[in-house]
Design a protein around this ligand. Structure first.
Ligand SMILES: NC(=O)c1ccc[n+]([C@@H]2O[C@H](COP(=O)([O-])OP(=O)(O)OC[C@H]3O[C@@H](n4cnc5c(N)ncnc54)[C@H](O)[C@@H]3O)[C@@H](O)[C@H]2O)c1
Length: 465
């Protein structure tokens, strides 16, 4: 369904001399940006008519999809109208959740690879909520918008540049929202740190870090038809970048005053990956296991800032999203322990430098840390924290994500994440592969807004009057 444009792009990609941000001219791989189709406008700050009740159709009811049903029925103004999964028993599990909550059953679609098309074609849906495996995300998103529905798609919402441009062009043409369901931007520390950054506590944010480091050894066998290990088997590069890059690019105001210009990426060999493929029987006879056990990516922005992203799902390291913000006047990080650092004089006006006591150059003490966390608690968390923790979903952040999506749709507000966020976060999958396969060469990152990245100044959440 989606054109193989990027195959052409990669074919055309060439090492060429180009100006990269404010730095001197560099040798980089250029990825052409397709022209915006005639008659189509950008969707920065897109709004749509208010919806009193949001009628939702959910596609994909595996491990993650079931939880989505539970969360959505706990949000005011939501009706789960239709459910779809290839496997009929999984739709039945979704129906059981509705029955247990005393709600009517939803219309059910099942039994074929494209039963989701019939769900998208219903005329009583407002939002298609996609929780299938990665290969169908963008196809379902494009089709749903073409059928006049808003769409919310699990991470990563798109795996290739073709898919990304198809989602952007369809959202721009249809004026339908296309949001990626990136939950980590709503986690408690990340939102508090974002609030600190936006309040100026850290000065100007100049360098950020994020990652997905999670040993998936115990989970590989749980995915439907081994889709996840299959994907890693066949694709090199950072195939799951959004949890790491999402929260930190909000703090850098990406496409709200700055933009990512280019990246370089490097990976290890698939030392454990190859063994996992053998263990779970997903070896592809034609290729060696592709995805490196550890992938590192460096990104620069137009305003001379830097981003460091990592991906490792293969080794027994402690879980980490590596979240950190470095500013001209301070620092916050979440893993392995939460730390906040500001100049001592920012906390105590009478503080004097003590060269014998290097703890003065460490994080603020626990009491100051707790006070800062309370002082800068994000207004969204002040409102929703209690309810979010009751309903749950990764400690509550998943509920806040769904709540904000529905709240913005009901109030006709721009969503917290637009299709360009989706594009910027997901493009890493293909662009890191291109960098790695070309000797870690710099790769230019397209301006997915096609000229509109500097119009809105600063990332913000929208609120009803
Ligand atoms: N944001 C998060 O924290 C988070 C956590 C886990 C998973 N995820 C994402 O959620 C998605 C689903 O992951 P999962 O762990 O639930 O995987 P899963 O394998 O448990 O579930 C996928 C489901 O999709 C169904 N499916 C596949 N193709 C379909 C199609 N064409 N039509 C209808 N149904 C189809 C399968 O039958 C299965 O029930 C993935 O994109 C994953 O990356 C996100």
């Amino acid at each position: 369904m989606i054109n193989k444009l990027s195959t052409l792009f990669v074919g055309l990609a060439m090492m060429c001399l180009v100006g990269c941000s404010s730095q001197e001219t560099k040798l980089a791989i250029q990825i052409p940006t397709p022209e915006r189709p005639a008659g189509q406008e950008h969707v920065v700050a897109l709004t749509a008519p208010k919806l009193e009740t949001v009628h939702v159709g959910i596609v994909g009811l595996g491990m993650r999809g079931d939880d989505a049903v539970v969360r959505l029925i706990n949000i005011p103004g939501v009706e789960v109208t239709a459910l779809c999964d290839i496997v009929p028993e999984r739709v039945e599990k979704g129906q059981a959740i509705l029955r247990k909550a005393g709600l009517p059953e939803a219309a059910a679609y099942s039994g074929s690879e494209d039963a989701w098309k019939q769900l998208c074609e219903r005329d009583d849906l407002d939002l298609v909520y996609v929780v299938t495996d990665w290969k169908d995300h963008a196809n379902i998103g494009v089709y749903a918008m073409e059928q006049g529905k808003h769409v919310a798609i699990e991470v990563p919402a798109a795996m290739t540049l073709d898919e990304i441009w198809a989602l952007i062009n369809t959202s721009e043409r249809t004026r339908k929202h296309c949001m990626q369901l990136e939950n980590c931007v709503y986690d408690f520390f990340e939102m508090t740190a974002l609030n600190m950054a936006q309040s100026g506590l850290f000065g100007e944010i100049i360098h950020v870090e994020g990652s997905y480091i999670h040993n998936l050894e115990e989970f590989w066998g749980e995915y439907y038809n081994n889709w996840r290990l299959d994907y890693n088997n066949e694709h090199r590069g950072d195939v799951y970048p959004t949890h790491g890059i999402g929260p930190v690019t909000q703090a850098l105001n990406i496409h709200r005053g700055d933009r990512m210009t280019h990246l370089v990426s490097m990976d290890t060999k698939p030392f454990n990956g190859k063994k996992m493929a053998e263990q779970f029987g997903v070896e592809n006879k034609d290729i060696e296991f592709q995805n490196g056990d550890h992938t590192l990516t460096l990104i620069q922005t137009a305003k001379g800032k830097t981003i460091h992203i990592q991906h490792n799902v293969m080794t027994p390291r402690p879980y980490s999203r590596m979240y950190s913000l470095t500013g001209t006047d301070g620092y916050a990080s979440k893993y392995p322990i939460e730390q906040i650092c500001v100049r001592p004089t920012q906390v105590d006006k009478k503080a004097v430098p003590d060269h014998e006591d290097l703890s003065a150059h460490g994080a603020v003490p626990a009491k100051v840390h707790a006070a800062l966390i309370e002082q800068y608690k994000h207004p969204i968390h002040r409102d929703l924290e209690k309810r979010a923790k009751e309903v749950g979903g990764h400690g509550g952040m998943d509920f806040i994500m769904d709540y904000r999506l529905i709240y913005c749709l009901r109030n006709g507000l721009p969503l917290d994440m637009d299709v360009y966020d989706l594009a910027e976060w997901c493009c890493l999958a293909e662009l890191t592969r291109i960098s790695i396969e070309n000797g870690n060469a710099p790769v230019l990152i397209p301006d997915f807004t096609r000229g509109h990245w500097d119009e809105v100044q600063g990332y913000k959440h929208a609120f009803a009057e």
